[in-house]
Design a protein around this ligand. Structure first.
Ligand SMILES: *[C@@H]1O[C@H](CO)[C@@H](O)[C@H](O)[C@H]1NC(C)=O
Ligand SMILES: *[C@@H]1O[C@H](CO)[C@@H](O)[C@H](O)[C@H]1NC(C)=O
Ligand SMILES: *[C@@H]1O[C@H](CO)[C@@H](O)[C@H](O)[C@H]1NC(C)=O
Length: 447
């Protein structure tokens, strides 16, 4: 009797345990019908957004990069240092230096044609349209005083609306979020033309939603929020536990495009994508002064993370960075044409056999002899990780940087396509990423 009682309660303990873990991580204190429904729908979208043939996406990306004309770029001088590039006069009418930027930056009427940005994503986040089919919402008020009934004109009021919206800013501003900003589906946040900082408060939460574009913001000095009652939709609010202090937290979400963000000094991650979030592109960003930069997958026991498919492109990993650029679990990560100029420990790491295709990046190792290795594998001996597909192709290694490859030597051929359709070689990366981070776009001129 006693024994069966014990196993009975043990059984319940495990049930409880299994059930409670995602809820705790989700920061949803009350898992009510609204959130259960949002989760069910999100899981369906993950199934749909997951691509069983990721090589179709990586080859499509590389094809666009290969097609992108570099004739004008050659005048700028390849193999230049970033400082040299900064020192150059802004020459020519259009500053677009990669195929994503070329899609919109040369249009002097970009401000009248804002929604065209929605056609520009490449990589796994391709097809993310954000609020393309919605109206404009102009944020006029930087305050965040009422979490339950956000004031019209505030960013929080904008992101909880049910309908698709293209959110822009009336002027430059600093938005200090009292608590995490919980977004709903089908939204674009477009800061072009204003200098908008989301800083000194909580960060973004993209949880169980889909189709989000965030473009052109400065996001920095993000701290954990204490939690409490927060409105997360027009017709719902709920109790949240403490937020982690990530700049952007992507949780069980699909079709996300994060472009031209300048981010630094967040309490936890700069960008975390977890709980099988997929169909994501992170491009043209500039990250500085941060320890754990990007985490893709938070648990070695959550095999659903195999669905994660993420492109990291044209991003500058700059001064003051330490590790996790990114740190991956389970999923498929295409790391292409990024400039890694600073790390203290390592650049790219992971566990639970993620596939990492590194192409046409530049890795500049730090002076520390013990930190020359780009890659770091956790919780597995070499005889296990030797089968993980971590491939480096066309990467430029500077200052003694070492990328330890593993897995199938044919994998990069498979995913990268033939050499005719390859990404740009790593030595061109300082130019491809020259305009990373938030841009100063002026109306009526090419940006
Ligand atoms: C730049 O450097 C790479 C590798 O060192 C070399 O192959 C390439 O020809 C150089 N390009 C130019 C334009 O100097
Ligand atoms: C988002 O937009 C899509 C396509 O326009 C629509 O089918 C879907 O219902 C919207 N999702 C939400 C949650 O509003
Ligand atoms: C890689 O491809 C070559 C030629 O296509 C083939 O001969 C070789 O067996 C392949 N290697 C693996 C490990 O699949």
């Amino acid at each position: 009797m006693a024994a069966s009682n014990r196993s009975f309660s043990l059984f319940f303990f495990f049930l409880f345990f299994v059930d409670i873990i995602p809820t705790l991580q989700a920061h949803i204190a009350e898992y009510d019908d609204y959130w259960k429904q949002r989760e069910v729908e999100a899981k369906e979208h993950i199934e749909k957004a997951y691509n069983p043939n990721p090589e179709v996406v990586t080859q499509h990306f590389n094809h666009h990069v290969a097609r992108y004309k570099t004739k004008s770029l050659s005048l700028m001088g390849f193999n230049s240092t970033r400082r040299h590039l900064r020192g150059m006069r802004k020459g020519g009418p259009c500053q677009a230096t990669n195929p994503i930027d070329q899609c919109w930056r040369c249009d002097p009427n970009w401000a009248r044609n804002r929604r065209r940005l929605a056609d520009c994503a490449l990589g796994f986040g391709r097809g993310t349209t954000g609020g393309k089919n919605g109206r404009f919402y102009v944020v006029t008020d930087p305050s965040d005083d009422d979490l339950l009934n956000p004031k019209p004109g505030t960013l929080r009021h904008a992101v909880i609306q049910k309908r698709p919206l293209w959110i822009v800013f009336a002027r430059s501003m600093i938005i200090k979020l009292k608590q995490e900003l919980i977004m709903t589906s089908n939204k674009t946040i477009d800061a072009r033309g204003a200098n908008v900082h989301v800083a000194y408060g909580a960060g973004f939460t993209i949880q169980f939603v889909r189709n989000i574009i965030i473009h052109g913001l400065h996001i920095h000095d993000i701290v954990p929020g204490s939690g409490g009652l927060i409105r997360d939709a027009e017709d719902h609010y709920g109790l949240r536990t403490r937020s982690d202090g990530d700049g952007i937290s992507v949780f069980g979400a699909t079709n996300i495009w994060l472009d031209h963000l300048s981010m630094y000094n967040c309490y936890d991650g700069i960008i975390d994508a977890i709980q099988a979030s997929t169909a994501i592109t992170i491009s043209n960003c500039h990250f500085t002064n941060h320890n754990e930069v990007m985490l893709f997958g938070a648990s070695d026991s959550y095999s659903e993370d195999q669905k994660m498919q993420i492109t990291v492109a044209f991003t500058h990993f700059g001064k003051g960075l330490v590790q996790r650029m990114p740190r991956c679990r389970w999923g498929f990560i295409h790391v292409v044409n990024n400039d890694y100029t600073h790390w203290l420990m390592y650049a790219i790491g992971g566990s639970s056999h993620p596939t990492i295709i590194s192409q046409g990046n530049r890795f500049v190792a730090p002076p520390n002899m013990a930190a020359k290795e780009v890659t770091k594998r956790d919780y597995a001996p070499p005889q296990v990780w030797k089968s993980w597909n971590w491939r480096s192709e066309g990467d430029v290694m500077v200052n003694g940087a070492i990328f330890t490859q593993s897995g199938d030597p044919n994998a990069s051929k498979k995913y990268a396509g033939n050499t005719m359709l390859s990404a740009k070689p790593g030595y061109m990366v300082p130019i491809l990423t020259k305009h990373s981070g938030s841009l100063d776009c002026i109306r009526g001129r090419p940006c």
